[in-house]
Design a protein around this ligand. Structure first.
Ligand SMILES: Nc1ncnc2c1ncn2[C@@H]1O[C@H](COP(=O)(O)OP(=O)(O)OP(=O)(O)O)[C@@H](O)[C@H]1O
Ligand SMILES: [Mg+2]
Length: 275
């Protein structure tokens, strides 16, 4: 489990993250959601140690990362996989070399063992055989999967994904979400995902932390979010009238009022029996 306690981060006197506390459980997809600029990436960077929070604690299975010595931090870093916003593959390296990069940094394995591991993770993200391709030759969804393969190549205990679905069509997004969810459960990883994607929230949000202007505005699960009365959250998540209607429908359904309704036509004929 990763726990953050009272995290505070300022840039030049401007408070970006204000007193945020949260628990990200093991074997779960923990989502950080919020509008652009609400502080999701800064918070994630504080957790993985790319930014040093001004105050607060970041506990990896109970040990405070912010107070660790260099060697201890390196040990934790080895256990962290990160999928950056925009994939961040090295353009001049092919897929195999990209995925091998963390193995070269953190292991003394021989070449055969490294290539075997690359092939294993490539198979896991359904990309067997693309070893020699360069990032420029891959589609957006393939790049994300290569980045995910690289993020899991060291068998991480903790996986961070910053906007894994940005720039992808809804179907490819679902494939990526499903893959992250499967990998999280299969290897019992503590996964933290920054996202704007409402499909992801509903599909894989075991735990959701909603950030509003650097503050934790709401937290709960994908089951609870439907029933939330938090106005800021509802305005953000059910932004369109269509989604608001869908939420109302779901609430009615859950309340058992429309359990016999099979589809919208059914509902309309029940509401307007003469129409
Ligand atoms: N290195 C930095 N120096 C100064 N300000 C920064 C820095 N990084 C981020 N910020 C500011 O922090 C705020 C939050 O940025 P952040 O990137 O965390 O937003 P976000 O929620 O991830 O947005 P998006 O959904 O667009 O990725 C923004 O106002 C941004 O300008
Ligand atoms: Mg961001």
């Amino acid at each position: 489990m990763i726990e953050v306690k009272n995290i505070q981060k300022k840039f030049a006197e401007k408070t970006i993250i204000q007193d945020v506390s949260a628990q990200f459980k093991t074997g779960q997809c923990n989502l950080i959601i919020g509008a652009s600029g609400s502080g999701k990436t800064v918070l994630m960077k504080c957790i993985v140690g790319l930014f040093h929070p001004d105050s607060g604690e970041v506990l990896y299975d109970g040990a405070d990362f912010t107070k660790m010595e260099h060697d201890e931090k390196t040990e934790i870093r080895k256990q962290i996989g990160m999928l950056f916003q925009g994939s961040a593959l090295f353009d001049s390296l092919n897929v195999e070399q990209n995925i091998m990069f963390p193995l070269n940094m953190f292991t003394d394995w021989n070449l055969k063992k490294k290539i075997d591991r690359v092939n294993e993770v490539l198979a896991r993200v359904n990309l067997t055989g693309v070893n020699r391709k360069f990032p420029a030759e891959l589609s957006g969804g393939m790049k994300k999967r290569v980045a995910l393969a690289r993020a899991i190549v060291l068998n991480p205990k903790y996986l961070f994904c910053d906007e894994p679905n940005s720039g992808l069509d809804p179907q490819t997004s679902l494939v990526i979400d499903k893959l992250i969810k499967e990998i999280t459960t299969e290897y019992n990883i503590t996964t933290v995902i920054n996202t704007h994607d409402m499909n992801s929230v509903m599909e894989i949000g075991n735990y959701i932390l909603y950030m509003y202007q650097g503050v934790k505005e709401w937290e709960g699960s994908n089951k609870e979010i439907i029933f939330s009365k938090n106005k800021k959250l509802n305005d953000f998540i059910f932004a369109s009238e269509f989604l608001q209607d869908a939420k109302d429908m779901r609430m009615l359904e859950q309340a058992g009022k429309i359990s016999n309704v099979r589809n919208m036509d059914d509902l309309l004929s029940k509401e307007n029996p003469h129409s």
